[in-house]
Design a protein around this ligand. Structure first.
Ligand code: FRU
Length: 492
């Protein structure tokens, strides 16, 4: 509380914004909870719009996940940092709002960023977004600290925009390497080229520009987008991985069909020059909704990831949850592994704690059309080990809403659904030279498909007719032998 000029009591801007956000949560709580598309085992906003995962960390034994949040509208705006925490990656607790856009350097949003532990203090680095006249913006990289992991004290701006970049410069990811701190930032050069930029610091409060890590017209990469968002750089099995969400890629065959895309480069980072000598860009996820993922290393040494199950400007206003005053969710937590030079993603094993009502079908022969009534479900995990595919195509239809198809002859896997905007069928595909295992996690309004132990992943929202919990299998021209296991995952 502070007193105003007239001697009356006014609430400070931060408390006022937090109060308004809490009001919005309680005002819409009932209507939000009436939505049958509320998910059972995914993180969602209590109201309003959720986007990027932020500040993902295991701190003092507990996992913390913050998220970009507009509590007032189901559209983007001046973002807050919402906050969940968990001891086991399965049961999440909603925490107090971590950051509200109250200060001059963040007045149009506490944008994305990351968390570190510095000698027992939880430190958040994030982008202060400021809109100035004529649609222009300013960007400030900011620090906030917490002793208890719940209440954050803002320390203000630690890095200003350097020469050579436009104000599209954001999303700091910070890590430690050999007693020094490093920060990678998503950027746009003055020539409108997408970039990831490296900084270093001894104190975490003064940052030195090292150089560009990768980007359009760097290290042999040609035109590769006009802006790179949410970079994440980490070490995995002797290599560096740069995860990034470039904007401005054009569709190419089966690739880059979302409005904006996410993928990774694997290579070796030169910490002196900042340069990453890297291989080709690979899409991380082949589905319709996946963007701005963030990783952390936990105390078991696992590289864990959450992604946003949404894509900016991609039919965001067409989601049927909007009349219920909320939109978007996170993916399930996944573990990343480097296998044969590629990133594999697997659901974290803790999710097995959600399993109940197991159904097991051993060595079943599937021919033609096969509805399996005992495999129906609202929220469930299904694992299919395909022992033998002697057929042209294997198809799986879920809730009469999404179709999965493996075309063995063409070695293509396809996910099909109806467009949220037009109702017309739309597809996402990838090449797949064999199919051993199809594992998917179905929730009330989402599906995440892991093929061959995470070799390829498809993530998507889906909005079936409520109470249609059907699943059916179809085999064209032949037969498939497989074992199927299914578990309900009803946490809610
Ligand atoms: C990615 C992004 C980030 C930004 C945040 C704002 O989805 O645009 O670059 O920090 O969302 O909410």
């Amino acid at each position: 509380m502070v007193s105003n000029k007239e001697g009356g009591i006014t609430i400070d801007r931060n408390s006022e914004l937090i109060f308004q956000a809490e009001q919005s949560v309680s005002k819409y709580k009932e209507v939000v909870n009436q939505d049958p598309y509320r998910l059972h085992f995914h993180l969602m906003p209590p109201v309003g719009l959720l986007n990027d995962p932020n500040g993902f960390i295991q701190w003092q034994g507990r996992y913390h996940l913050f998220y970009q949040w507009n509590p007032f509208k189901t559209a983007h705006g001046a973002k807050f940092w919402g906050h969940y925490s968990s001891s086991n990656l399965v049961d999440w607790q909603e925490e107090k709002i971590a950051l509200a856009p109250s200060e001059w350097f963040e007045k149009n949003g506490c944008y994305s960023g990351s968390a570190i532990d510095d000698k027992g203090i939880l430190k958040l680095f994030y982008t202060g977004n400021v809109k100035v006249e004529k649609g222009n913006r300013e960007t400030y990289q900011c620090l906030a600290e917490s002793m208890n992991g719940i209440d954050f004290l803002k320390k203000g701006v630690v890095l200003n925009l350097p020469e050579g970049y436009t104000a599209h410069f954001r999303d700091p990811k910070v890590w430690k390497h050999k007693d020094k701190w490093y920060m990678v930032i998503g950027a746009q050069s003055k020539q409108l080229e997408g970039r990831a930029v490296l900084f270093s610091s001894e104190t975490l409060e003064d940052w030195l520009l090292i150089g560009d890590v990768a980007g359009t017209n760097i290290n042999g990469l040609e035109n590769f987008g006009y802006m790179w968002e949410c970079p994440d750089l980490f070490h995995l099995k002797g290599k560096e991985v740069l995860l990034v969400s470039p904007q401005g890629l054009q569709p190419e065959g089966m690739l880059y069909h979302n409005v904006y895309n996410t993928g990774y480069f694997i290579g070796t980072l030169n910490y002196e020059t900042g340069g990453l000598e890297h291989g080709d860009f690979e899409e991380l996820d082949r589905g319709f909704e996946f963007y701005a993922p963030q990783t952390t290393e936990d105390d078991q040494g696992r590289r864990l990831l959450f992604g946003w199950m949404g894509v900016p400007e991609q039919d965001e206003d067409k989601h049927p949850t909007i009349p219920y005053h909320w939109v978007h969710c996170m993916t399930i937590p996944r573990e990343l592994k480097l296998v044969n030079g590629r990133l594999y993603q697997q659901p974290v094993e803790e999710l097995q704690a959600l399993r109940k009502n197991q159904v097991s079908l051993e060595n079943v022969l599937i021919q033609d059309d096969q509805p399996f009534t005992n495999l129906d479900g609202i929220a469930y995990e299904l694992q299919m080990d395909t022992h033998e595919i002697k057929a042209d195509i294997l198809e799986i239809t879920i809730k009469d809403c999404v179709h999965l198809a493996y075309n063995k002859k063409e070695q293509i896997f396809t996910l099909e659904r109806k467009s949220l905007a037009t109702g017309e069928p739309e597809i996402r595909q990838c090449k797949l030279n064999h199919l051993d295992k199809v594992r998917f996690f179905v929730d009330t309004s989402s599906i995440e498909i892991f093929l061959n132990d995470g070799q390829e992943v498809f993530t998507a929202r889906m909005f079936p007719i409520v109470e249609n919990n059907a699943i059916s299998f179809k085999v064209r021209n032949g037969k498939v032998t497989s074992s199927i296991q299914k578990w309900d995952l009803d946490q809610q």
